[in-house]
Write a protein that binds this ligand. Structure first.
Ligand SMILES: Cc1cc2nc3c(=O)[nH]c(=O)nc-3n(C[C@H](O)[C@H](O)[C@H](O)COP(=O)(O)O)c2cc1C
Length: 383
């Protein structure tokens, strides 16, 4: 049976993923923080964005190609950074990077990935972005940036919505520590998921390889608290200025929700901002990210690049974000649901779903470009 018949939507991939990864992995991937109200808000807010389709437009040929930061992409969709990606599905980082290169969409490697920039950069080709959790130690920071650059990552993403760890209660209940510490209950969960278990045996136990290297450099025992001290500063505007001076390629700031911050970031030399509430994983009091978009677009004007993520589950959601001011839309969990469901075939099937859904909805609206979805908005906000 074709993948389209078995998994026509992201929700089908999500259900299948849940049955193929151990429970503690599922809780890591799917959870948010607190009561998870942000996840609910993201979904409700996206669903509340409605369009009045145009009519009698004749044939429409949707064109999804999108230029961002000087590069051509097949569609305005990309892969957001996900830490410990290789724990969620064995070989995830390489699979996503390979798919991104082939499909011509960006792939963002997290600082806390299970693979090194040197391994993944060449696989991502010219589609690689590197996400930075800002190291406190200036020596480590300089080294990390140089390594990312040398490995082929031309665009840097600084995440600013993680000033400290969040309490992910579902992860605590699942007894998940990063890096993972094996408990008897986890072994039982793994035994019940043989494909994941065999894949993990083949790829080796998931570890924070990059962090481990710096901890060894420092000559100290690799405790998570120590790793946090060395590798995660709570950055301020001064830190951003230093980073801007150090990185000569495009710099994107991820985790922005306020127009005033967006304006200041542009002034400080950021090349793009990424509107996000981290998929609800950091702060349960945050607004739906999509609600923050229009005011940020209005503040920055029509030309400045804005990226968006948090709660996107379909091609229609991509169009909703484009209608409210995003130039580019990213997914975090979605790619991993796809990997969990279908292994290596997952990412291309998810991209197929998103592309077909975008096209079907653009034809319905009578628009040829995603940005034109704005013209069909019911109650368009000031932008
Ligand atoms: C399991 C998991 C790990 C994540 N790790 C990171 C990370 O290392 N760095 C980062 O900037 N964002 C991280 N994020 C946030 C994503 O980049 C993205 O903002 C979020 O997943 C978007 O929401 P979505 O999952 O609804 O698409 C993570 C998200 C998930 C689900």
């Amino acid at each position: 049976m074709s993948l389209d018949l078995r998994y026509p939507a992201l929700s089908d991939l999500k259900t299948a993923c849940k049955g193929r990864v151990p429970w503690f992995v599922w809780e890591y991937l799917d959870s948010a923080t607190g009561t998870e109200s942000v996840k609910t808000r993201n979904r409700a807010a996206l669903d509340s964005i409605l369009f009045a389709p145009g009519m009698l437009k004749g044939p429409v040929t949707p064109d999804l190609t999108t230029r961002l930061l000087g590069q051509e992409h097949a569609l305005p969709v990309g892969v957001a950074p996900v830490g410990m990606s290789g724990m969620i599905w064995p070989g995830a980082e390489a699979a996503l990077a390979r798919h991104a290169d082939t499909a011509r969409i960006p792939y963002t490697l997290s600082t806390v990935a299970t693979r090194l920039p040197e391994e993944i950069g060449p696989i991502a080709g010219d589609m690689g972005w590197f996400q930075l959790y800002p190291p406190k130690d200036p020596g480590i920071r300089a080294d990390l940036l140089a390594r990312a650059r040398k490995a082929g990552f031309h665009t840097l993403v600084l995440t600013v919505d993680v000033p400290g760890p969040s309490r992910r209660e579902r992860q605590l209940r699942a007894q998940l520590a990063i890096p993972p510490k094996t408990t008897p209950s986890m072994l039982w969960q793994v035994a019940r998921r043989p494909t994941w278990a065999l894949g993990t045996l083949r790829h080796g136990q998931p570890r924070l390889r990059l962090m481990e290297e710096y901890l060894k450099l420092d000559g100290n025992a690799p405790s998570t608290a120590h790793a946090g001290y060395l590798l995660r500063a709570a950055p301020d505007w001064g830190y951003l200025r230093e980073l801007r001076a150090l990185w000569d390629g495009p710099l994107i700031i991820k985790g922005v929700l306020r127009p005033a911050d967006a304006l200041q970031l542009r002034q400080e030399g950021a090349d793009a901002i990424w509107v996000s509430n981290h998929g609800g994983r950091q702060f349960d009091g945050a607004p739906a990210a999509i609600h923050c978009l229009p005011a940020i677009r209005a503040a920055l004007g029509p030309e400045y690049p804005i990226l968006f993520d948090s709660g996107v589950e379909s091609g229609l959601d991509v169009l909703r974000a484009c209608a409210l001011g995003a130039d580019f839309v990213l997914l975090g969990r979605g790619w991993h649901y796809a990997l969990g469901a279908l292994g290596q075939r997952g990412p291309s099937h998810l991209l197929h779903i998103l592309r077909e859904d975008m096209i079907a909805n653009m034809v319905q609206m009578g628009i040829a470009r995603p940005v034109q979805a704005r013209n069909c908005l019911i109650d368009p906000p000031e932008m």
